[in-house]
Ligand binder design. Structure first.
Ligand SMILES: Nc1ncnc2c1ncn2[C@@H]1O[C@H](COP(=O)(O)OP(=O)(O)OP(=O)(O)O)[C@@H](O)[C@H]1O
Ligand SMILES: [Mg+2]
Length: 288
């Protein structure tokens, strides 16, 4: 057991008024052990950025955190967090091997440069899970979390831009949903399709599934941002709704030539303040 300072309940006063988050009455901050899933099938909506930055802030607060890269594309959480996977020869044991029953949950978990933050990496080979799903594919992440030798305080999955088998496995394993979406690319049809998948997964596979937060990625002060914010507050009355400010620092931090966690690359950037706020608003950072 470890003890970390209890973060003051966030009031939002440190954020500009136009960015003030909506925290519904009765919203309860999550207590460890916590399972979060960043999902939205539209590409580039801010899933990997949210996963990595939120995971880092929670690890900095003293929680043991594990990120699951559930995306077969290059350039997601594995690329940014650049885990130490050993000698660098060949592809290390990764999420594909866990799905195939060829490696244990512990064998596919690696440390990162951030103390307390681990990752289950994936590579383009993960596509094979969608092409030829192994039996019980939907239960694998849930099972793996339950069968890890040293449990984590926070498990957080970074989905790819699809609602296929991998994303369903992520939802079943980590049923507290975070939906990042871009106000500028707001798409009612995409959201309706996501809601259908969430509803079916909840009804058929995971009754405790719920939308915990909706994040507007890369926001700037505008009428459109306000309209989408209001629409999300109405559509997800029980969720925390907030904007994450647009900042070039967020983009630069994950670039091949930099590849540093945001808190190291740009510790005072506004976008980092937003993720600090989100971490404190979402998770009770007391004793774990
Ligand atoms: N707040 C922000 N300010 C500026 N750029 C951002 C911000 N959030 C994300 N980005 C940039 O937007 C792009 C898409 O973000 P990200 O990779 O997090 O999306 P994604 O949903 O994971 O994409 P994919 O669906 O391809 O996995 C990236 O280049 C990222 O650096
Ligand atoms: Mg991504």
């Amino acid at each position: 057991m470890h003890v970390t300072p209890v973060a003051a309940p966030p009031a939002g006063d440190e954020l500009p008024a136009w960015l003030r988050p909506r925290i519904p009455e009765g919203f309860r901050r999550l207590k460890a052990p916590i399972r979060l899933c960043c999902i939205m099938q539209k590409g580039g909506s801010g899933k990997s950025t949210t996963t990595v930055c939120l995971a880092c802030e929670l690890a900095l607060a003293g929680l043991r955190v594990r990120v699951w890269d559930v995306d077969a594309q290059l350039g997601g959480a594995t690329h940014w967090l650049n885990p130490d996977t050993g000698d660098g020869r060949g592809e290390p044991a990764n999420l594909l091997h866990l799905f195939r029953g060829e490696a244990s949950p512990d064998e596919v978990t690696y440390p990162t440069r951030v103390p307390g933050l681990h990752i289950v990496p994936s590579y383009t080979s993960l596509k094979q899970v969608e092409l030829a799903p192994p039996p019980g594919v939907e239960q694998v992440i849930d099972w793996a979390i339950d069968n890890t030798s040293e449990p984590y305080d926070v498990e957080i999955t970074d989905c790819g831009p699809s609602l296929g088998q991998l994303s369903i496995a992520a939802l079943v394993g980590t049923p507290n949903v975070i939906i990042p979406l871009k106000a500028s690319g707001f798409d009612l049809n995409a959201l309706a399709e996501l809601n259908r998948t969430l509803g079916l997964t909840k009804a058929r596979l995971k009754p405790e599934l719920k939308v915990t937060a909706v994040l507007l990625s890369e926001v700037m002060k505008s009428n459109l941002t306000q309209e989408v914010f209001d629409a999300m507050c109405a559509d997800y009355p029980e969720a925390l709704v907030m904007g994450i400010r647009m900042s070039v620092k967020a983009r630069e931090a994950s670039l091949e030539s930099i590849r540093l966690p945001l808190h190291e690359y740009a510790p005072t950037a506004t976008v980092r303040q937003d993720f600090q706020y989100l971490a404190a608003a979402l998770v009770e950072q007391g004793m774990a």
